[in-house]
Write a protein that binds this ligand. Structure first.
Ligand SMILES: Nc1ncnc2c1ncn2[C@@H]1O[C@H](COP(=O)(O)OP(=O)(O)O)[C@@H](O)[C@H]1O
Ligand SMILES: [Mg+2]
Length: 457
């Protein structure tokens, strides 16, 4: 279904322009007055409202505030003339999605801003529908992943989850290996059976061994009673061995034997016990490299590398960042009983530009801290900046491979930001001087600089 956009502007030219620009990809409704807008808004659930600031009987910003009372998560864009920059700034403060200045010089940029706003609306709606669904069904962890790479991956997971094959999950720390392992369990035919997980990197060898194999009474000092291990407990279910590359050579060979024979002995016993578990392994290191370096047994590698799935780093699935941010915002608002949000346009940009070396986990912690520390209200870039290091920019200098080549929009945005920063430096922060140097009209320049967060009031 096409998204629904409401364009409120008394200027026919603007209305028609936006309608023509968007009519392929959205259902565009037009209103030439505040009154007409109110009526349409009452009847239709719009995904986005584009609102002119100067209407014959209304101020756009006031009207948006009014509409927002009816729909707190309304995503909207205020359209202003160059003379109304203050209103635009106020709009951003209130967490309206964005503002645009008339006349529109650059239709592609206009389309991009509208596209981003629609994406944010989608994220809010998904979270709402998710929350109502979660109340009904539980069990499977909820995975956010609508970017093409994640959709493909989730498709593969659905395929393999039902088969009984061993799955190897590879990916940087924080990319979601644990949650995907749980998802595989939830989607498998063994879902009603036990699911056990252990981090092979977190325990000394002897402890890990006793945890996996179990032991008989008196097998070692402190073994006061016979205890079954995970190989036994996971019978008929799924066993998740996290950070498998950290397993000691001795345990690697014991594990290999268990996988070959489907049987094992508890420590302190010679009686073989058979077991049937499906193995899921994860590693944040490339196992091939570990094999080459002689740290990981090649034969074990072939045993566990039946189906290998690679989790992409967060920076390579840009489309998911904002969805995840909204998801975590919702979650921590509920947890801490707060009402933080929405994100300002600058915050959205900063979140999307961050390279997230710690991936989803880092993003999650960042949002958690913001919600924990802020009393409520909109989340701007400074809130993020003070709590997480989210301002580092992606490295565009070595964009050698196609996947690293930024889209034209991004590249141009990068250029604009860098250019404006240089101009502002050259003008020693004086905007009139910067306008003179760059040849961009002062008001226009001011709006752009504001947009990049280079100037504050
Ligand atoms: N796609 C996702 N959707 C929702 N939450 C996610 C997603 N990926 C990761 N997370 C969350 O991020 C955190 C880190 O994920 P985790 O599975 O522990 O990563 P890893 O095991 O790769 O280090 C967890 O709290 C997890 O719930
Ligand atoms: Mg993990």
């Amino acid at each position: 279904m096409l998204p629904k956009i409401l364009v409120v502007d008394d200027d026919r030219y603007t209305r028609t322009l936006i309608e023509q620009l968007m009519r392929q990809s959205a259902e565009v409704h037009l209103a030439e007055s505040g009154q007409a807008a109110r009526q349409l808004f009452a009847a239709i659930d719009f995904n986005l409202v584009l609102m002119d600031q100067r209407l014959p009987q209304d101020k756009g910003l006031d009207l948006l505030r009014e509409l927002r009372l009816q729909r707190p998560k309304l995503v909207a864009i205020l359209i202003t003339g160059f003379a109304d920059v203050r209103d635009a700034v106020a709009a951003v403060r209130e967490g309206l999605f964005d503002y645009l200045t008339k006349p529109f010089e650059d239709l592609e940029a206009l389309e991009a801003v509208i596209g981003k706003a629609l994406e944010l609306d989608r994220a809010y709606r998904e979270i709402d529908s998710l929350r109502s669904r979660l109340a009904v069904e539980s069990g499977a962890p909820h995975i956010i992943g609508q970017s093409p790479t994640m959709e493909r991956l989730l498709g593969q997971i659905r395929e393999v989850a039902g088969l009984d094959t061993t799955v190897l999950l590879e990916g940087e720390s924080g990319t979601g290996k644990d949650v995907i392992a749980k998802l595989i369990h939830a989607w498998s035919q063994r879902a009603s059976q036990p699911y056990l997980e252990v981090n092979c990197g977190g325990l000394p060898e002897s402890l890990l061994e006793s945890l996996l194999f179990g032991y008989e009474k008196g097998a070692f000092t402190g073994a006061s009673q016979a205890t079954p291990g995970y190989f036994e407990k996971a019978h008929n279910g799924n066993l998740f061995l996290d950070e498998i590359a950290d397993m000691s050579p001795k345990l690697q060979s014991s594990l290999l034997r268990v996988l070959q024979d489907h049987s094992f002995c508890r420590i302190g016993s010679t009686q073989p016990r058979s077991t049937d578990f499906r193995l899921i392994c994860a590693t944040n290191r490339a196992l091939v490299g570990e094999v080459k370096a002689g740290r990981f047994r090649e034969d074990l590698y072939y045993r566990i590398n039946v189906v290998a799935l690679s989790l992409p780093p967060l920076r390579e699935r840009a489309g998911d960042i904002i969805r995840l941010a909204v998801h975590f915002l919702d979650r921590y608002n509920i947890k801490f009983g707060k009402q933080c949000g929405p994100f300002t346009p600058q915050a959205v940009r900063a979140l999307e530009a961050c390279p997230w070396p710690g991936n989803v986990r880092q993003l999650q912690h960042c949002i958690e801290r913001v919600v924990a520390l802020e009393p409520g209200g909109i989340i701007d870039v400074n809130h993020l900046g003070s709590t997480c290091d989210c301002r580092s920019e992606p490295d565009l200098t070595n964009s050698g491979t196609p996947s690293q080549t930024p889209a034209y929009q991004e590249a141009r945005a990068e250029f604009e930001r860098d250019y404006l920063r240089c101009v502002l430096d050259a003008a020693k922060g004086n905007i009139s001087e910067a306008a003179r140097l760059s040849g961009i009209p002062r008001q226009n320049l001011y709006v752009r600089m504001k947009r990049w967060g280079f100037v504050t009031d």
